[in-house]
Design a protein around this ligand. Structure first.
Ligand code: SDX
Length: 436
């Protein structure tokens, strides 16, 4: 970042001395007012719950222009990456800052492939869960448990430890998600197959059984790979900020990523894809497209607490570019599977059309986000609804670990420790219980 010619002057109407605050510029996007010395100079904090106007860090990984609906991974538009690159190239880009050439891609892919197995002891953690445990409960536990197996590489101040942990996490997430699925289905776990692609391996571990050969459907393999690319990173979203804050204490990368998994689970964040599909199924049960108007009235009634899941975004005040690409992937997969008339897809398209013409949504700049169509395509692939967010976590792991490694690699980083505006009781004395 570079110091801008501009500076901010903070003055107070009560006559307190005004102060000058430096303004910094990035390569693109809003400038920042540096308030690091504000408390020392004024004895005051800033107040920004939800971080609506706060840059928590500087980063060179992902940039979003919410007004234009643009998303760049290391400067490359998501539309180009999702159509011209695959997930392994995207992982290399996010981790190391550049798209690999053929040789570097082969080497990186081989490193990931040869770390896809998990320690055999991992399966005993699953046995502690009920078979109907939510996959995100299982995944939160399994990812945290990984830190018990790699004492040789949990020193995050060591760049080599950071790199091998990144490879292990990217490699093992599909295996863990598939194990969570097999456990809930009561089927045996399937080991990774090193000749398969990253997405193909995941499909194999999910849907193959020891009883017969499983052939990966290339259309589904390609669609899943694109879903991974679209979910890979997204600036300082809630779960990435969680990973950064957790990692800033110096804890190991597996524990920090487990915190990210836990945060992503929420329905306002990564859990929205599961909630969105459940919403579509509920509307379908109510009567489908004929009932959309009634449903939309509920959404617009603040007291109903009903939200149009898969719509709206803290940053995008235009169409989420990922939603457009996800809709295209939806159409491709449904056509390939002969499901062009999938009622939920038609319902989603009808909902989107109505929302994009309704002043309630237009005035609030509410557009479909990445979660609106992702559930429909995952359901068409045969992935159970309860696993959607786990697949989001699988894909986002590379973004989380790239952001964590970027933070730890910055010699200026400190442990994150926000302050507060205290509104509770001022000091008072304890009375004996007989006098309370
Ligand atoms: C993800 O941050 C990221 O980058 C996240 C993510 C990533 O890749 O990491 O993009 C992934 O989490 C996408 C978002 C998935 N969540 C959902 O689809 C859940 C539904 N969306 C909402 O909960 C909401 O839109 C949020 C949480 C996504 C954003 O909320 P904000 O920024 O806090 O905005 P807000 O709640 O203040 O909404 C502004 C207004 C409010 O109305 P008013 O008070 O102004 O009258 O819009 C309304 C909200 O009530 N509103 C909605 C709505 N979303 C916002 N009304 C109906 N349906 C919705 N979906």
């Amino acid at each position: 970042m570079k110091l801008a010619d501009n500076k901010a002057t903070l003055s107070f109407s009560n006559g307190s001395p005004s102060i000058d605050l430096p303004v910094y510029q990035g390569s693109v996007g809003p400038d920042v007012v540096d308030i690091r010395k504000l408390y020392a100079q004024t004895g005051m904090f800033t107040y920004d719950p939800g971080f609506m106007s706060t840059a928590s860090c500087q980063s060179a990984i992902t940039y979003i222009d919410g007004d234009k609906g643009e998303l760049l991974y290391r400067g490359y538009p998501i539309e180009q990456l999702a159509t011209q690159c695959d997930f392994m190239e995207t992982c290399h880009l996010l981790l190391y800052g550049n798209l690999p050439d053929a040789s570097a891609k082969a080497k990186f892919t081989s490193r990931v492939t040869h770390h896809t197995m998990v320690n055999e002891q991992m399966q005993f953690f699953l046995r502690g869960f009920r078979r109907d445990a939510h996959p995100m409960a299982i995944l939160t536990g399994l990812v945290g448990a990984l830190s018990a197996f790699y004492h040789d590489s949990t020193d995050i101040s060591n760049p080599e430890h950071r790199d091998i942990s990144a490879i292990r996490l990217i490699a093992k997430m599909p295996t863990l998600v598939a194990m969570a699925y097999k456990y809930s289905a009561g089927q045996p776990y399937m080991y990774p197959k090193n000749h398969l692609s990253y997405a193909g391996n995941f499909l194999h571990m999910m849907f193959a059984t020891p009883c017969e050969d499983y052939v990966v459907n290339p259309v589904i393999e390609h669609a899943l790979d694109r879903i991974f690319v679209l979910h890979a990173d997204h600036e300082q979203n809630a779960s990435t900020s969680t990973v950064r804050l957790c990692g800033s204490s110096g804890t190991n990368p597996f524990a920090a990523i487990a915190a990210g998994v836990a945060c992503l689970w929420g329905p306002a964040h990564g859990g929205a894809n599961e909630a969105c599909l459940t919403m579509l199924e509920d509307i379908q049960k109510m009567g489908g497209i004929a009932k959309v108007g009634h449903f939309m009235e509920q959404v617009k009634d603040k007291n109903s607490g009903v939200k149009l899941m898969g719509f709206g975004h803290r940053v995008y005040k235009n169409y989420d570019p990922r939603a457009k690409l996800m809709q295209e992937t939806c159409k491709e997969v449904l056509a390939a599977l002969g499901l062009e008339n999938d009622p939920l897809f038609k319902l989603a398209m009808a909902l989107e059309k109505i929302a994009l013409e309704d002043d309630y949504f237009v005035s609030r700049k509410l557009y479909p986000n990445v979660d609106f169509y992702s559930g429909i395509v995952q359901r068409a692939i045969g992935i159970p609804v309860s696993l959607f967010t786990a697949i989001f976590a699988l894909a986002r792991t590379v973004g989380w670990i790239a952001q964590l490694n970027e933070m730890i690699g910055d010699p200026e980083y400190k442990i994150g420790r926000p302050r507060q505006l205290f509104t509770g009781s001022v000091e008072r004395d304890v009375l004996p219980i007989s006098q309370r």
